[in-house]
Ligand binder design. Structure first.
Ligand SMILES: [Zn+2]
Length: 128
């Protein structure tokens, strides 16, 4: 699948990783410590670099593209505990005030590639 968000070479690597994970049932976000660059960890969440970053958002080049992921294998916001909800909004609020875009695909939309919840946090050059 070719996306309009990524460089074609990054998109190809992304598709290959998705195929491999689908074969094995491996959840990359449950194992973020072993396969991601960790930016920051919280009690219930981690922020990692997106290995397959978007190159553009809202017609502006993307400078940083992070993923905010719960440490537990949670799929939907409705599964978040009260503590997780509080921590999630504390983190997202911090990034929002740092001019980051905050984006999460709905749990039932076709474009959601990995079921483990993840929120995209990205900064575009327009907002640096
Ligand atoms: Zn998982």
């Amino acid at each position: 699948m070719v996306s309009k968000y990524r460089d074609p070479a990054v998109d190809a690597a992304y598709d290959a990783a998705l195929l491999e994970n689908a074969k094995t049932g491996f959840c990359v976000f449950c194992h973020y410590e072993t396969n991601s660059v960790i930016i920051k960890e919280f009690n219930n969440f981690a922020i990692v670099e997106n290995k397959y970053p978007y190159m553009e958002w809202d017609a502006s080049p993307v400078k940083h593209h992070y993923l905010l992921i719960p440490k537990a294998h949670l799929i939907t916001f409705k599964q978040f505990s009260e503590e997780e909800k509080q921590e999630y909004f504390d983190i997202v609020g911090m990034f929002e005030l740092s001019r980051y875009h905050v984006y999460a695909r709905g749990v039932l939309v076709a474009e959601r590639s990995i079921k483990h919840h993840h929120t995209h946090l990205f900064l575009t050059t327009k907002n640096c």
